[in-house]
Design a protein around this ligand. Structure first.
Ligand SMILES: *Cc1c(COP(=O)(O)O)cnc(C)c1O
Length: 367
């Protein structure tokens, strides 16, 4: 059970939702003062907010001009929309944990012939050994499996593109964007939600997609396939071209995302990446040096820089979680079956070096 410590503010180093980025409180105050949540989503002011957010995201993630950026309610919604809009009958899924599994299940829910290549939790894939039949239309990848801390190396995604240039590639980057320096020409769509690496309140999904996705969705539409109602790729893209959305969107969320992306751009994506790498190296090294812990992902090639998972060689993680919380740091329990035996630490680009160094100190001294 959590012990309430009334004097200390807790910092949430949990893999979503997580600690708000330190600038969010100020941006919220300004937003309230300017009545952002009350403005019409058909107003010029909203169009400017939309355009600003898209512009800042393009800079931060180096998103090419030929990719559209649209907004949804969540990443879970994009699992569903991507299946609805991009798959007539067959999709192929890389499954190595709970989130990639849910993406696969979404396709099954839509009665698609959804094939999964599955490896045990904590492991990555041996791409060269995997054959994807041509009948597939969409390859679904989870870049960072949040339940286990496995990251798929970008080279693997690029290799899939080489081998299967005709298939669409969808990348769930929820718990890692904007960290990766991704070559967008090697994928067709990528999505994330903002309560993880952007340190923002939940309730906004960001969907980045190219013309191949638009063409595919239009093809389905022409064939009379139901691809959704208000949130279809064609409807989202058509409205986004006017800096608008089909429905009344999360205006405040879109505003805050633009502001935080601008703040992150001021630090530059390169610096964020370097700092994230430093913090990740510190955590992995400290965990490896303490015999109480065991880094869950054995192969360093697959270790995520943003979600760090370790097995704890005790009856449970309760004592360590409590020690952290007494020091004002909330870290994640394990996911699913690993609830009591794992710790999951978010190492998001929004967290300071000092915070992660403090946590590393606690890991180092725990016996
Ligand atoms: C959290 C998460 C999701 C779901 O995001 P929501 O914002 O809850 O819809 C999807 N995929 C991954 C990898 C996640 O970590």
């Amino acid at each position: 059970m959590r012990q309430k410590n009334k004097t200390m503010k807790l910092q949430y180093l949990t893999p979503g939702p997580s600690e708000l980025y330190f600038t969010v409180a100020d941006h919220l105050q300004v937003a309230i003062r300017q009545q952002i949540p009350a403005i019409s989503h058909r107003s010029k002011t909203f169009e400017q907010i939309f355009a600003h957010t898209v512009e800042q995201l393009r800079i931060l993630m180096n998103i090419p001009a030929n990719f559209h950026i649209v907004f949804t309610a969540s990443a879970t919604e994009i699992w569903e929309r991507s299946i609805q809009n991009l798959v007539i009958s067959e999709s192929f899924h890389f499954v190595n944990g709970s989130f990639s599994k849910k993406y696969h299940e979404t396709a099954l829910d839509y009665a698609k012939k959804a094939t999964a290549i599955e490896v045990p939790e904590g492991e990555g894939f041996e791409i060269t050994k995997i054959e994807i039949p041509d009948s597939n239309e969409l390859i679904c990848l989870t870049l960072n499996e949040t339940s286990t801390g496995v990251m798929m190396p970008l080279e693997q995604i690029y290799a899939l593109r080489e081998r299967y240039p005709d298939l669409l590639i969808a990348v769930d980057a929820v718990s890692i964007a904007p960290y990766p320096e991704l070559d967008f020409s090697k994928i067709d769509t990528l999505f994330f939600s903002v309560q993880k690496c952007f340190g923002l309140p939940a309730g906004l999904g960001v969907w980045i997609l190219n013309e191949r996705c638009v063409a595919k969705a239009e093809k389905l539409q022409k064939q009379g396939v139901a691809i959704g109602s208000y949130h279809t790729i064609p409807s989202l893209v058509k409205m986004a071209q006017k800096n608008q959305t089909p429905e009344t969107p999360n205006v405040l969320g879109i505003y805050l995302l633009g502001k935080v992306a601008e703040d992150l751009n001021r630090r530059t994506a390169k610096t964020l990446r370097q700092e994230t790498n430093y913090k990740a190296a510190l955590l992995y090294q400290t965990l490896a040096q303490n015999p109480v812990f065991e880094v869950f992902v054995q192969n360093p090639k697959f270790r995520s820089p943003t979600v760090i998972v370790a097995n704890i060689k005790k009856e449970s993680n309760a004592e360590f979680l409590q020690i952290c919380e007494k020091e004002g740091l909330v870290i994640g329990e394990g996911y699913g079956n690993f609830k009591k035996n794992h710790i999951r630490i978010a190492n998001f680009p929004t967290f300071s070096k000092e915070t992660i160094e403090k946590l590393a100190g606690l890991i180092e001294n725990y016996r």
